[in-house]
Design a protein around this ligand. Structure first.
Ligand SMILES: Cc1cc2nc3c(=O)[nH]c(=O)nc-3n(C[C@H](O)[C@H](O)[C@H](O)COP(=O)(O)OP(=O)(O)OC[C@H]3O[C@@H](n4cnc5c(N)ncnc54)[C@H](O)[C@@H]3O)c2cc1C
Length: 290
Protein backbone atom coordinates (compact mmCIF):
# COMPACT_ATOMS: atom_id res chain seq x y z
CA UNK A 1 0.00 0.00 0.00
CA UNK A 2 2.95 2.33 -0.49
CA UNK A 3 1.61 3.52 -3.84
CA UNK A 4 -1.13 6.13 -4.11
CA UNK A 5 -3.56 3.88 -5.96
CA UNK A 6 -3.83 0.25 -4.94
CA UNK A 7 -6.51 -2.22 -3.88
CA UNK A 8 -4.10 -3.76 -1.36
CA UNK A 9 -4.56 -3.56 2.40
CA UNK A 10 -3.64 -0.13 3.84
CA UNK A 11 -1.98 -2.02 6.71
CA UNK A 12 0.74 -3.38 4.44
CA UNK A 13 3.38 -0.65 4.53
CA UNK A 14 6.44 -2.89 4.29
CA UNK A 15 7.62 -1.81 7.75
CA UNK A 16 8.94 -5.25 8.65
CA UNK A 17 10.77 -5.59 5.33
CA UNK A 18 12.46 -2.24 5.97
CA UNK A 19 13.18 -3.32 9.54
CA UNK A 20 14.85 -6.53 8.37
CA UNK A 21 16.98 -4.64 5.84
CA UNK A 22 18.11 -2.29 8.62
CA UNK A 23 19.19 -5.32 10.61
CA UNK A 24 21.27 -6.70 7.77
CA UNK A 25 18.83 -8.72 5.66
CA UNK A 26 19.27 -8.42 1.91
CA UNK A 27 16.34 -7.50 -0.31
CA UNK A 28 16.21 -8.22 -4.02
CA UNK A 29 14.35 -7.07 -7.13
CA UNK A 30 12.57 -4.25 -5.28
CA UNK A 31 12.13 -2.32 -8.56
CA UNK A 32 9.75 -4.97 -9.88
CA UNK A 33 6.27 -3.73 -8.93
CA UNK A 34 3.35 -5.09 -10.88
CA UNK A 35 0.51 -2.77 -11.87
CA UNK A 36 -2.94 -4.16 -12.52
CA UNK A 37 -4.49 -2.64 -15.65
CA UNK A 38 -8.09 -2.38 -14.55
CA UNK A 39 -8.45 -0.80 -11.14
CA UNK A 40 -11.60 1.10 -10.27
CA UNK A 41 -11.40 4.23 -8.13
CA UNK A 42 -14.75 5.00 -6.59
CA UNK A 43 -16.30 6.72 -3.60
CA UNK A 44 -15.96 3.44 -1.68
CA UNK A 45 -12.20 3.23 -2.34
CA UNK A 46 -10.03 1.42 -4.86
CA UNK A 47 -11.23 -1.93 -6.19
CA UNK A 48 -10.15 -4.40 -8.83
CA UNK A 49 -12.05 -5.42 -11.95
CA UNK A 50 -10.41 -8.79 -12.47
CA UNK A 51 -8.82 -10.10 -15.65
CA UNK A 52 -11.60 -12.66 -15.89
CA UNK A 53 -13.92 -9.86 -17.05
CA UNK A 54 -11.67 -9.16 -20.03
CA UNK A 55 -11.30 -12.90 -20.49
CA UNK A 56 -15.09 -13.10 -20.78
CA UNK A 57 -15.01 -10.57 -23.61
CA UNK A 58 -15.04 -7.06 -22.10
CA UNK A 59 -13.29 -4.46 -24.27
CA UNK A 60 -11.11 -1.50 -23.30
CA UNK A 61 -12.23 1.67 -25.04
CA UNK A 62 -11.39 5.37 -25.05
CA UNK A 63 -13.88 8.21 -24.63
CA UNK A 64 -14.99 7.76 -28.24
CA UNK A 65 -15.71 4.09 -27.70
CA UNK A 66 -12.67 3.01 -29.76
CA UNK A 67 -10.52 0.04 -28.78
CA UNK A 68 -6.78 0.78 -28.51
CA UNK A 69 -5.14 -2.40 -27.16
CA UNK A 70 -5.54 -6.15 -27.27
CA UNK A 71 -7.18 -6.70 -23.89
CA UNK A 72 -5.58 -10.12 -23.50
CA UNK A 73 -1.95 -8.93 -23.69
CA UNK A 74 0.11 -9.32 -20.48
CA UNK A 75 -0.72 -7.00 -17.57
CA UNK A 76 2.25 -4.68 -18.07
CA UNK A 77 1.43 -4.14 -21.76
CA UNK A 78 -2.24 -3.41 -21.11
CA UNK A 79 -1.46 -1.21 -18.06
CA UNK A 80 0.99 0.90 -20.11
CA UNK A 81 -1.47 1.25 -22.99
CA UNK A 82 -4.16 2.52 -20.59
CA UNK A 83 -1.68 4.80 -18.84
CA UNK A 84 -0.60 6.34 -22.15
CA UNK A 85 -4.18 6.81 -23.26
CA UNK A 86 -4.94 8.58 -19.99
CA UNK A 87 -1.79 10.71 -20.29
CA UNK A 88 -3.06 11.86 -23.69
CA UNK A 89 -6.14 13.23 -21.93
CA UNK A 90 -8.67 10.49 -22.60
CA UNK A 91 -10.57 8.54 -19.99
CA UNK A 92 -10.53 4.78 -20.36
CA UNK A 93 -13.46 2.45 -19.88
CA UNK A 94 -14.10 -1.24 -19.74
CA UNK A 95 -17.08 -2.10 -21.89
CA UNK A 96 -18.59 -5.25 -20.40
CA UNK A 97 -22.06 -4.68 -21.81
CA UNK A 98 -21.58 -7.60 -24.23
CA UNK A 99 -21.13 -10.13 -21.40
CA UNK A 100 -24.29 -12.08 -20.79
CA UNK A 101 -25.36 -12.52 -17.17
CA UNK A 102 -22.58 -10.32 -15.76
CA UNK A 103 -24.31 -10.28 -12.40
CA UNK A 104 -24.23 -14.09 -12.10
CA UNK A 105 -20.72 -14.45 -13.50
CA UNK A 106 -19.08 -11.69 -11.43
CA UNK A 107 -21.33 -11.11 -8.41
CA UNK A 108 -18.75 -9.29 -6.25
CA UNK A 109 -17.66 -6.92 -9.00
CA UNK A 110 -21.29 -6.32 -9.93
CA UNK A 111 -22.12 -5.56 -6.33
CA UNK A 112 -19.45 -2.89 -5.75
CA UNK A 113 -20.08 -1.28 -9.13
CA UNK A 114 -23.82 -1.01 -8.52
CA UNK A 115 -23.08 0.66 -5.17
CA UNK A 116 -21.09 3.22 -7.15
CA UNK A 117 -24.04 3.82 -9.46
CA UNK A 118 -22.66 1.79 -12.38
CA UNK A 119 -24.59 -1.08 -13.88
CA UNK A 120 -21.95 -3.00 -15.89
CA UNK A 121 -24.64 -4.70 -17.96
CA UNK A 122 -25.58 -1.27 -19.32
CA UNK A 123 -22.86 1.26 -18.43
CA UNK A 124 -19.18 1.63 -19.27
CA UNK A 125 -16.84 1.06 -16.29
CA UNK A 126 -14.16 3.75 -15.81
CA UNK A 127 -10.83 1.98 -15.14
CA UNK A 128 -7.26 2.95 -14.33
CA UNK A 129 -4.08 0.97 -13.64
CA UNK A 130 -3.23 0.52 -9.94
CA UNK A 131 -0.23 -0.85 -8.03
CA UNK A 132 -0.92 -4.50 -7.38
CA UNK A 133 1.97 -6.70 -6.31
CA UNK A 134 5.57 -6.45 -5.17
CA UNK A 135 7.65 -9.06 -6.97
CA UNK A 136 10.72 -8.03 -4.99
CA UNK A 137 11.15 -8.57 -1.27
CA UNK A 138 13.52 -10.06 1.25
CA UNK A 139 16.01 -12.23 -0.58
CA UNK A 140 15.47 -15.86 0.34
CA UNK A 141 16.88 -19.15 -0.87
CA UNK A 142 14.76 -22.00 -2.18
CA UNK A 143 13.98 -22.96 1.43
CA UNK A 144 12.84 -19.42 2.35
CA UNK A 145 15.84 -18.60 4.53
CA UNK A 146 17.06 -15.02 4.48
CA UNK A 147 20.77 -14.32 4.92
CA UNK A 148 20.11 -13.71 8.66
CA UNK A 149 20.24 -16.87 10.73
CA UNK A 150 16.78 -17.98 11.87
CA UNK A 151 14.98 -15.28 9.89
CA UNK A 152 12.63 -16.66 7.26
CA UNK A 153 10.37 -14.85 4.81
CA UNK A 154 7.48 -16.15 2.71
CA UNK A 155 4.68 -14.91 0.48
CA UNK A 156 4.74 -11.43 -1.01
CA UNK A 157 7.38 -10.26 1.50
CA UNK A 158 9.93 -12.70 0.07
CA UNK A 159 11.72 -13.03 -3.24
CA UNK A 160 13.57 -16.04 -4.57
CA UNK A 161 12.84 -15.50 -8.22
CA UNK A 162 9.56 -17.47 -8.19
CA UNK A 163 7.81 -14.80 -10.30
CA UNK A 164 10.69 -13.80 -12.56
CA UNK A 165 10.26 -10.21 -13.70
CA UNK A 166 6.55 -10.49 -14.44
CA UNK A 167 4.26 -12.46 -12.15
CA UNK A 168 1.52 -14.45 -13.83
CA UNK A 169 -2.00 -13.92 -12.51
CA UNK A 170 -2.92 -16.17 -9.56
CA UNK A 171 0.65 -17.29 -8.93
CA UNK A 172 1.02 -15.32 -5.73
CA UNK A 173 -1.57 -17.31 -3.84
CA UNK A 174 0.13 -20.41 -5.18
CA UNK A 175 3.43 -19.09 -3.85
CA UNK A 176 1.84 -18.46 -0.45
CA UNK A 177 0.97 -22.15 -0.26
CA UNK A 178 4.32 -23.37 -1.61
CA UNK A 179 6.40 -21.04 0.58
CA UNK A 180 4.32 -21.71 3.69
CA UNK A 181 4.70 -25.44 3.26
CA UNK A 182 8.39 -25.31 2.42
CA UNK A 183 9.32 -22.94 5.26
CA UNK A 184 7.63 -25.28 7.74
CA UNK A 185 9.89 -28.07 6.50
CA UNK A 186 12.92 -25.77 6.67
CA UNK A 187 12.19 -24.67 10.23
CA UNK A 188 11.77 -28.29 11.24
CA UNK A 189 15.17 -29.08 9.75
CA UNK A 190 16.93 -25.95 11.10
CA UNK A 191 15.42 -26.19 14.59
CA UNK A 192 16.09 -22.51 15.31
CA UNK A 193 16.61 -21.67 18.96
CA UNK A 194 13.98 -19.30 20.35
CA UNK A 195 14.98 -15.77 21.22
CA UNK A 196 12.80 -12.79 20.76
CA UNK A 197 15.47 -10.13 20.25
CA UNK A 198 14.36 -6.55 20.24
CA UNK A 199 10.74 -6.15 19.16
CA UNK A 200 9.68 -2.68 18.18
CA UNK A 201 6.12 -1.51 18.20
CA UNK A 202 5.07 -1.77 14.57
CA UNK A 203 1.86 0.14 15.21
CA UNK A 204 3.62 3.41 15.92
CA UNK A 205 2.90 6.52 13.88
CA UNK A 206 4.31 5.98 10.40
CA UNK A 207 4.65 9.66 9.51
CA UNK A 208 3.96 11.23 6.17
CA UNK A 209 2.78 8.13 4.31
CA UNK A 210 0.62 10.16 1.95
CA UNK A 211 3.72 11.86 0.52
CA UNK A 212 5.47 8.50 0.19
CA UNK A 213 2.53 7.25 -1.84
CA UNK A 214 2.62 10.32 -4.07
CA UNK A 215 6.36 9.92 -4.66
CA UNK A 216 6.18 6.26 -5.61
CA UNK A 217 3.13 6.72 -7.80
CA UNK A 218 4.62 9.69 -9.60
CA UNK A 219 8.23 8.58 -9.99
CA UNK A 220 8.27 4.78 -9.68
CA UNK A 221 4.93 4.11 -11.34
CA UNK A 222 3.98 2.41 -14.59
CA UNK A 223 6.44 4.42 -16.71
CA UNK A 224 9.72 5.51 -15.11
CA UNK A 225 12.72 7.58 -16.16
CA UNK A 226 16.03 8.71 -14.68
CA UNK A 227 15.07 12.32 -13.92
CA UNK A 228 11.87 11.28 -12.17
CA UNK A 229 13.59 8.63 -10.06
CA UNK A 230 16.32 11.08 -9.01
CA UNK A 231 13.65 13.62 -8.11
CA UNK A 232 11.79 10.93 -6.14
CA UNK A 233 14.92 10.16 -4.12
CA UNK A 234 15.44 13.86 -3.44
CA UNK A 235 11.87 14.35 -2.24
CA UNK A 236 12.02 11.18 -0.13
CA UNK A 237 15.09 12.46 1.68
CA UNK A 238 13.13 15.45 3.02
CA UNK A 239 10.15 13.43 4.28
CA UNK A 240 9.40 12.76 7.90
CA UNK A 241 8.38 9.15 7.77
CA UNK A 242 9.19 5.93 9.64
CA UNK A 243 12.84 5.20 8.87
CA UNK A 244 12.07 1.58 7.95
CA UNK A 245 9.55 2.63 5.33
CA UNK A 246 11.94 5.27 4.07
CA UNK A 247 14.65 2.65 3.59
CA UNK A 248 12.36 0.32 1.67
CA UNK A 249 11.14 3.14 -0.59
CA UNK A 250 14.73 4.19 -1.18
CA UNK A 251 15.38 0.61 -2.30
CA UNK A 252 12.54 0.71 -4.83
CA UNK A 253 13.65 4.05 -6.27
CA UNK A 254 17.39 3.29 -6.28
CA UNK A 255 17.01 -0.12 -7.89
CA UNK A 256 14.58 1.26 -10.49
CA UNK A 257 17.21 3.90 -11.23
CA UNK A 258 20.02 1.37 -11.46
CA UNK A 259 18.13 -0.92 -13.83
CA UNK A 260 18.73 0.97 -17.05
CA UNK A 261 16.53 -1.24 -19.17
CA UNK A 262 12.91 -2.37 -19.42
CA UNK A 263 12.19 -5.89 -18.29
CA UNK A 264 8.88 -7.44 -17.24
CA UNK A 265 6.94 -5.05 -15.04
CA UNK A 266 9.83 -2.55 -14.81
CA UNK A 267 9.48 -0.04 -17.64
CA UNK A 268 11.96 2.79 -18.28
CA UNK A 269 10.92 5.13 -21.07
CA UNK A 270 14.56 6.24 -21.38
CA UNK A 271 15.68 2.60 -21.78
CA UNK A 272 12.66 0.93 -23.41
CA UNK A 273 14.36 -2.36 -24.28
CA UNK A 274 15.61 -5.42 -22.44
CA UNK A 275 19.43 -5.41 -22.08
CA UNK A 276 21.50 -8.56 -21.71
CA UNK A 277 23.92 -6.92 -19.25
CA UNK A 278 21.04 -6.46 -16.77
CA UNK A 279 20.01 -10.11 -16.83
CA UNK A 280 20.51 -10.44 -13.08
CA UNK A 281 18.81 -9.68 -9.78
CA UNK A 282 19.26 -6.39 -7.99
CA UNK A 283 20.27 -6.57 -4.34
CA UNK A 284 19.50 -3.87 -1.80
CA UNK A 285 21.21 -3.62 1.58
CA UNK A 286 20.79 0.11 2.05
CA UNK A 287 22.41 0.65 -1.35
CA UNK A 288 21.36 -0.91 -4.61
CA UNK A 289 23.79 -3.36 -6.19
CA UNK A 290 23.07 -4.40 -9.73
C1 LIG B 1 -7.36 -6.91 -4.67
C2 LIG B 1 -6.36 -8.02 -4.81
C3 LIG B 1 -6.70 -9.17 -5.50
C4 LIG B 1 -5.78 -10.20 -5.64
N1 LIG B 1 -6.13 -11.31 -6.34
C5 LIG B 1 -5.25 -12.32 -6.45
C6 LIG B 1 -5.61 -13.52 -7.14
O1 LIG B 1 -6.72 -13.65 -7.64
N2 LIG B 1 -4.68 -14.51 -7.23
C7 LIG B 1 -3.43 -14.39 -6.69
O2 LIG B 1 -2.63 -15.31 -6.79
N3 LIG B 1 -3.07 -13.27 -6.04
C8 LIG B 1 -3.94 -12.24 -5.90
N4 LIG B 1 -3.56 -11.11 -5.24
C9 LIG B 1 -2.25 -11.07 -4.57
C10 LIG B 1 -2.29 -11.87 -3.29
O3 LIG B 1 -3.53 -11.65 -2.64
C11 LIG B 1 -1.17 -11.47 -2.33
O4 LIG B 1 0.06 -11.50 -3.00
C12 LIG B 1 -1.12 -12.42 -1.14
O5 LIG B 1 -2.32 -12.32 -0.40
C13 LIG B 1 0.06 -12.11 -0.24
O6 LIG B 1 -0.04 -12.94 0.91
P1 LIG B 1 0.91 -12.72 2.12
O7 LIG B 1 0.48 -13.67 3.18
O8 LIG B 1 2.32 -12.72 1.70
O9 LIG B 1 0.62 -11.22 2.59
P2 LIG B 1 -0.78 -10.59 3.11
O10 LIG B 1 -1.94 -11.46 2.75
O11 LIG B 1 -0.78 -9.17 2.63
O12 LIG B 1 -0.59 -10.66 4.67
C14 LIG B 1 0.32 -9.83 5.34
C15 LIG B 1 -0.22 -9.63 6.75
O13 LIG B 1 0.76 -8.94 7.53
C16 LIG B 1 0.11 -7.91 8.26
N5 LIG B 1 1.10 -6.85 8.53
C17 LIG B 1 1.62 -5.96 7.66
N6 LIG B 1 2.50 -5.14 8.28
C18 LIG B 1 2.55 -5.55 9.58
C19 LIG B 1 3.28 -5.10 10.72
N7 LIG B 1 4.13 -4.07 10.64
N8 LIG B 1 3.09 -5.74 11.89
C20 LIG B 1 2.23 -6.79 11.98
N9 LIG B 1 1.51 -7.26 10.93
C21 LIG B 1 1.67 -6.64 9.75
C22 LIG B 1 -1.01 -7.45 7.37
O14 LIG B 1 -2.01 -6.80 8.08
C23 LIG B 1 -1.49 -8.77 6.77
O15 LIG B 1 -2.44 -9.40 7.58
C24 LIG B 1 -4.48 -10.07 -5.08
C25 LIG B 1 -4.14 -8.92 -4.37
C26 LIG B 1 -5.06 -7.90 -4.24
C27 LIG B 1 -4.66 -6.67 -3.47
Amino acid sequence: ALFKYTAGSPLNLGILIGDAIMKGALASDLEFVQFHPTGFIGKGGVKLVSEAVRGAGAKLVNEDGERFVNELEPRDVVARAIYRKMQSGSRVYLDATGIENFKEKFPQIYSFLVKEGINPERDLIPVTPIAHYSIGGLKVDLHYRTNIKNLYAIGEAANNGFHGANRLASNSLLECIVSGLEVARTVRRDKPKGGSGEIRDTAQESGDIESVKEILWKYAGIVRNENGLLEGLKELEKLEVDERIKLLVKGILECALARKESRGVHYREDYPIIRKEFERHSIFNGRCML
